[in-house]
Design a protein. Structure first.
Length: 414
């Protein structure tokens, strides 16, 4: 089941943001995340805020793929009102839009297109804006991908996870192993500028050979972007219950480290350069601009139940259940569940943590005195590149990427 939302202070009914958040709005990159909370089935490892039809039930109050687009569009209009300064419209061009979930492609392409047109009407899409959708390989076909491209989407990210049937079975994935490669080919033929495949490593029962088989299959499919994430056993999921009962072994940290190194070696040899710890791309334009906005301190508004937003150091998150979300939207009030206004120290810590994860690195000028004093030791321990430090940036080595949390702790000591 979906994980619990964090605590925080109440969000004003009108969604009003503090003046400190609105300062500089429009000068920083701005994006919209649109959460689509529907899945055909729930994968055993997933604790995302998603719901099957059976979980949502029926009746006039039930939110469905048919009724959801109007709710999302209503929140887009609400967001525009909140972000207007002194009640006057101010240009805030949207540089990235990301449809995530859940399975956004359970909505028809025309629905995603309608949401995108509402974003353009309210905010304006920046020239060359990146518009991404996640997609389960079984939720699209050649025709629907062509329709998605015609609606203005420019990037698609397929949940491949593995190329090995037994691994997919443990993860409760329903797509056929060769389907992601077929989808990638269809997406290219449809004219998508960028195609990504997402992988998961460390599934119980997965062997080293299985993981290499998945990497080889991903590379052979020809995407220009690959993401690879270590499996996390989240409390409350079916996978966690199976591990607790001893049916499956928990992922081993040493195995996960070896799998990460294998991914980096194979992807690098195939021409993919890492640009964030879990992400590889064939070129700068192939990087996910929306995620780069998250990692480099941009602003974004999250649309939909459970979606998170951040504007100028104020972060908030919407009520989780679609029915509660729909009720807030119908009342014209903020769907926000709670928020936090980050202190200068908290924003500094997050900036160092996120920039350090990037291949571009973290400028050493961002660090406090204690962090700067620790940089030399981080380099001496083989966790950051000496050459990059000479240029004033902290860039993790391959070993440093495995120990990124420890590096961040060293660099953010008070």
């Amino acid at each position: 089941m979906p994980g619990a939302l964090p605590d925080g202070e109440p969000v004003p009914v009108a969604g009003t943001l503090p003046g400190s958040a609105l300062g500089g709005l429009g000068e920083r990159p701005f994006g919209l995340y649109v959460h689509v909370p529907f899945c055909t089935t729930r994968c055993g490892y997933c604790d995302f805020n998603t719901y099957t039809a059976a979980e949502l039930g029926a009746g006039p109050a039930a939110v469905s793929p048919g009724t959801y687009p109007d709710l999302a569009i209503a929140e887009i209009r609400f967001a525009r009102r909140v972000l207007a300064r002194d009640g006057h419209r101010t240009d805030i061009p949207v540089s990235t839009v990301f449809f995530g979930g859940g399975t956004p492609t359970l909505l028809p392409p025309s629905a995603l297109g309608a949401i995108l047109r509402a974003i353009d009407a309210e905010f304006g899409l920046a020239p060359g804006a990146e518009v991404t959708t996640e997609a389960n390989p079984e939720s699209v076909d050649e025709a629907s991908l062509s329709d998605l491209r015609a609606q203005g989407l420019t990037r698609v990210s397929f949940g491949m996870q593995s190329a090995v049937p037994s691994v997919l079975t443990v993860l409760d994935r329903v797509h056929r192993p060769g389907r992601p490669a077929q989808c990638a080919a269809w997406a290219r033929a449809a004219g998508f500028e960028h195609v990504s495949l997402d992988l998961i490593y460390g599934t119980p029962g997965e062997s080293d050979a299985d993981w290499r088989r998945s990497l080889d299959a991903a590379v052979a499919a020809g995407p220009d972007h690959v993401s690879a994430y270590a499996l996390t056993v989240e409390a409350g999921t079916r996978l966690a219950a199976r591990v607790r009962r001893g049916e499956l072994a928990a992922p081993d940290d040493d195995v996960l480290a070896d799998r990460y190194l294998a991914a980096d070696e194979i992807l690098a040899a195939a021409g993919y350069g890492w640009y964030e710890i879990s992400n590889w791309a064939v070129s700068g334009p192939s990087r996910c601009a929306h995620n780069m906005l998250y990692w480099t301190g941009g602003d974004w508004w999250g649309i939909g139940p459970g979606a998170h937003s951040h504007v100028g150091g104020t972060r908030w998150w919407n009520v989780r259940h679609p029915a509660a979300y729909a009720a807030r939207i119908a009342a014209g009030s903020s769907p926000g569940h709670a928020r936090e206004i980050l202190s200068a120290a908290e924003r500094q810590l997050e900036r160092v943590m996120l920039l350090t994860r990037l291949a571009d690195g973290c400028p050493d000028t961002v660090l406090g005195p204690a962090g700067r004093a620790n940089v030399a030791q981080v380099v001496a321990d083989g966790l950051a590149e000496a050459g990059a430090l000479a240029r004033g940036r902290i860039v993790l080595t391959r070993r440093g990427r495995l120990l990124a949390d420890a590096v961040t702790q060293k660099l953010t000591e008070p």
